[in-house]
Design a protein around this ligand. Structure first.
Ligand SMILES: [Zn+2]
Ligand SMILES: [Zn+2]
Length: 270
C-alpha cells in the first residue's frame, strides 16, 4: 500500500488549519476529502494490482476502469454533500440524484477531454477531478515509463497542468519540479522558466515572497500573465506542497491584485 502520502497530507492539513485561521475552513474540508481519497486509493489498489505496468508518456488517460470507479461514485458525492462548502455540497446533492449512466458520461468527459472541458458545468468538472485524483494517482504510482526529453509545462504522464511547484534539496541548492494537478506525479522543470509558457527571461519572471511565509513564493510571468506557487522544501522540510499551496491564500490575493491568473486553480477554487 502506498497510502502513507495521504497520511502526510492529512496531518499537514490538520497542522496548518490550527495555525492559519484564514485558511482553516478550506483545510478542514481538504483533510476530510483526503481521508476519503486515501480509502478510495487503497480500494483501487486492492482491486487492481500492486505491480507496475509499462506506459508511454502522455497515455495515462487512455484507460479508465468504470467497473471499479462507478460503484463508488454515489458514496463519494454523499460524502461531499456532507463535508464540502455549501456551493459544492449543493452540486454534489444534484449529482447524487442523477443516474449512473449520467455519472459515467460526466466522468468520461472529464477524463478524456480535460483540460479542454467544453460541456461540463464547473461543479461537475470539480467533482470529477476530486473523484478521479486517487485513480489517476494509482495509475501514475504503478507506471513504468520513460520520460520524454526536455521539460514540459504539462504532466508528462497524463497531460494535466501543474498544481504547485517544489524546490527540493540537491547539492548546495534546490532542484525545481512541478506537481501534477491530477495524478500527483512530479517532474523536473527548469529552475528559471515560466511553468505555463516556458518564458526564460529572468526580467519577465517576477517572484513574490511574503516575509511571514518565506518558504513559499509566487512565480509569475509577464509574458503570459500566469503564476504558480512554489514550495521551497530546502527552507521548510515539514511542508507538503499540495497542502501548503492550499493554505497560503494571501499569496493568491497578491497575484490576483496584479492581474496574474493561476495556471491551475486549486480545489478550493483559488
Ligand atoms: Zn499527471
Ligand atoms: Zn509565461
Amino acid at each position: 500500500m502506498r497510502t502513507g502520502k495521504w497520511d502526510a497530507r492529512i496531518q499537514r492539513a490538520n497542522d496548518l488549519a490550527s495555525t492559519h485561521a484564514f485558511a482553516s475552513q478550506g483545510l478542514r474540508f481538504y483533510e476530510r476529502l483526503a481521508r476519503f481519497q486515501q480509502s478510495l486509493y487503497a480500494e483501487i489498489e486492492t482491486e487492481c494490482c500492486t505491480g507496475n505496468e509499462k506506459r508511454l508518456s502522455g497515455t495515462l488517460r487512455g484507460e479508465c476502469d468504470f467497473f471499479i470507479l462507478l460503484p463508488r461514485f454515489a458514496t463519494f458525492v454523499s460524502v461531499l454533500e456532507e463535508i464540502a462548502p455549501s456551493p459544492l455540497a449543493r452540486a454534489a446533492h444534484a449529482l447524487r440524484l442523477q443516474d449512473a449512466s449520467r455519472w459515467r458520461q460526466i466522468l468520461l468527459e472529464f477524463w478524456e477531454q480535460c483540460p479542454a472541458v467544453a460541456n461540463l458545468q464547473p461543479a461537475e468538472e470539480l467533482v470529477s477531478w476530486l473523484f478521479l485524483q486517487p485513480y489517476a494517482e494509482y495509475l501514475a504510482d504503478h507506471s513504468e515509463w520513460h520520460p520524454r526529453n526536455g521539460t514540459a509545462s504539462t504532466c508528462p504522464l497524463c497531460g494535466s497542468k501543474p498544481q504547485v511547484g517544489a524546490l527540493r534539496p540537491e547539492g548546495d541548492g534546490g532542484k525545481r519540479s512541478l506537481i501534477c494537478s491530477l495524478c500527483a506525479m512530479e517532474w523536473d522543470y527548469g529552475r528559471i522558466a515560466c511553468a505555463a509558457c516556458g518564458e526564460e527571461d529572468p526580467q519577465k519572471l517576477p517572484l513574490y515572497i511574503a516575509s511571514e511565509f518565506s518558504y513559499v513564493r509566487v512565480e509569475a510571468c509577464e509574458s503570459c500573465h500566469r503564476y504558480i506557487k512554489t514550495v521551497d522544501l530546502t527552507k521548510n522540510g515539514h511542508a507538503v506542497p499540495v497542502v501548503d499551496e492550499l493554505a497560503l491564500i494571501p499569496l493568491d490575493l497578491w497575484a490576483a491584485e496584479r492581474g496574474y491568473q493561476k495556471i491551475r486553480p486549486n480545489l478550493l477554487g483559488v
